[in-house]
Ligand binder design. Structure first.
Ligand code: FEO
Ligand code: CA
Ligand code: CA
Ligand code: CA
Length: 567
């Protein structure tokens, strides 16, 4: 029938099988090529990557960082500029001579790790041999865990942000654990600070953590050992320093001299990404996930309206932060986080947004990862990646986690994607309706809820949806970060992957498989949409150089052999 014919044409590829090997696989008629890898030079004066030892200390601020995550492409004049996150550094391969526990042994080790994280801004160009970085482009820039950043919005100057390095609370040092991303309609990059807690520790082993420190996962035992070499990372000496992390940071990729800005109005939690959309009346709406089991989904709505070409400098400073409440009947509400609803001061609401959302009565979720907004329909999606303890125990200091609503399974190892439609097709509305677009599962292992929803089959199954973007045609690209053991509950699901979903039919097909050990995260397109850039984070295989090479986080460019657009 014509309806079936239409469905077929929505997918411009034949789905691929799972893989368990060490490379990237894409459908017939498509091909891929590395663009840039961990340690590749952004500037010609950087010492070359050493195949045995990786990046030297001297080169570490002059090269592409490690473990890429969210990325966005910007057209600046006739140039194409990618801004891209480096979520974390793999201590095993960056510090090959350190203790097996991966904790830095010296101030220089800690600094090397800090330099390889943060953000890269880089010009890219296509030549006959494919896409590559334009070395020494004036746009090229590294923003690290030490770059000075301006605080902005209502919490700026709050006592809660006053630190040893800035007793005025007006600035922060560096950006940490940059996970997902966002792109504003005015051409700036949003980088989202996620698991910042792991960088802090206490040299005083008897430190009594505050309620807020417990809720945000700050521990006496630091994960990387930074606190041994710099008081800034020592909770016992600089207790407010972690309050300067956990924000969304706005970066102007067109101006390498610009100071990045932390937008406190968007709240502080383990930010996944920041999905922007303009409401019908011109206000800016930003959807925000907090990736922690049994934490919340948020949105920000600006007070001011976006006027193309107008002043955009305060659009992300003045507005209301909301947290989502999902009801069993398929309706939902955005609960405003205000002094009235939380009995907290405005700066406390923003610095400790998790606690504010608990007080307002938001719904605990199965780890909200990326939110994607459709460019062709008034709807949005959030990947709820998994929740090993749903119905068992809450996040430390968090709320009870009853099974129900968009979190329908206890001990949920597979994850699901929730979809909502704002009332009156207005993303600024306080009301919405919701359903589940997909429940991931394994129909060859289970015949109950854990088999997954009807659009999951033995041929397309996956677990732990994470990265998600809806392309200009309305198709959903779903990237996974889950269990790739291919055993037990996950047998038949193979390595992490990228799939494409059709929102209207629910149909899902596998488009790409990554090398063993990786997660697939980060997706953007060239200006002409003939190339798709995809990130391969933390491969645990000799990827992409093969043989006995070090595993290198890599951006790959995917093109169609017939040169047509992809998405
Ligand atoms: Fe960094 Fe929640 O992924
Ligand atoms: Ca990751
Ligand atoms: Ca993620
Ligand atoms: Ca994840």
């Amino acid at each position: 029938t014509s309806a079936q014919a239409q469905q077929v044409t929505r997918f411009a590829f034949k789905p691929i099988l799972i893989a368990t090997d060490d490379t990237v696989r894409v459908p017939e008629g498509y091909s891929w090529k590395p663009v840039i890898k961990w340690g590749d030079a952004l500037f010609a004066d950087a010492e070359p990557f050493d195949p045995a030892n990786g990046v030297s200390f001297a080169a570490s601020e002059r090269v592409f960082g490690e473990n890429t995550d969210g990325m966005e492409l910007f057209v600046v004049g006739n140039k194409q500029v990618i801004a891209i996150n480096h979520e974390y550094a793999n201590t095993k391969i960056n510090l090959p001579n350190t203790h097996a526990d991966g904790v830095a042994d010296s101030a220089e080790d800690a600094q090397l790790l800090r330099n390889l994280q943060g953000v890269t801004v880089m010009e890219v160009a296509e030549t006959d041999s494919g896409w590559s970085v334009v070395v020494d482009s004036p746009f090229n820039r590294r923003i690290t865990q030490d770059t000075e950043i301006q605080m902005s919005g209502p919490a700026t100057g709050s006592d809660l942000l006053k630190t040893v390095s800035d007793p005025t609370g007006m600035t922060a040092r560096g950006t940490m654990n940059n996970c997902g991303s966002g792109k504003t309609p005015w051409g700036t990059y949003l980088t989202c600070e996620e698991n910042f807690n792991g960088y802090f520790g206490s040299t005083d082993a008897n430190l009594e953590r505050t309620t807020e420190q417990v809720r945000y996962g700050l521990n006496v035992e630091g994960r990387y050992g930074y606190e041994k070499f710099d008081d800034r990372f020592d909770l016992s000496k600089d207790p407010n320093e972690p309050n300067t992390q956990g924000w969304v940071v706005e970066i102007d990729p067109s101006d390498p001299d610009s100071t990045p800005v932390k937008r406190t109005a968007l709240g502080r939690f383990k930010h996944e990404n920041a999905a922007c959309v303009i409401a019908p009346d011109g206000r800016v709406v930003v959807y925000l996930g907090d990736d922690e089991r049994s934490e919340f989904l948020y949105k920000y709505v600006s007070n001011e309206v976006y006027v193309p070409g107008g002043d955009t400098s305060t659009l992300l400073d003045n507005g209301t932060l909301y947290a989502a409440k999902f009801l069993e009947d398929g309706s939902g509400q955005w609960l405003p986080l205000t002094p009235e609803t939380t009995e907290m001061a405005e700066d406390e609401i923003l610095v400790f947004s998790r606690i504010a959302a608990s007080k307002a009565g938001a719904t605990t979720m199965d780890r909200p990862e990326w939110v994607a907004v459709s460019p062709i329909a008034a709807e949005a999606y959030c990947a709820l990646t998994n929740n090993s303890k749903r119905g068992v125990e809450p996040n430390a200091g968090g709320d009870e986690t009853p099974v129900g609503g968009p979190n329908p399974r206890a001990e949920n190892g597979y994850g699901q994607i929730v979809r909502w439609r704002p009332a009156e097709e207005n993303h600024a509305s306080p009301d919405f309706t919701w359903d589940l677009y997909v429940m991931a599962g394994n129909p060859t292992k289970h015949d109950d809820d854990y088999a997954g929803s009807r659009n999951i089959t033995a041929g397309n199954m996956f677990n732990s949806p994470d990265g998600m973007i809806i392309d200009s045609t309305g198709m959903i690209w779903i990237q996974t970060d889950g269990d790739d053991s291919n055993e037990g509950d996950f047998e038949g699901q193979g390595n992490n992957q990228m799939l494409v979903g059709d929102p209207s039919t629910g149909k899902i097909q596998r488009f790409l498989t990554g090398p063993f050990g990786c997660e697939v995260t980060g997706l953007c397109w060239s200006a002409d949409k003939r190339t798709m850039f995809v990130g391969i984070q933390h491969p645990d295989a000799p990827f992409p150089d093969g043989e006995d090479s070090l595993p290198r986080s890599t951006i790959v460019a995917i093109t169609r052999e017939d040169g047509a657009q992809i998405g």
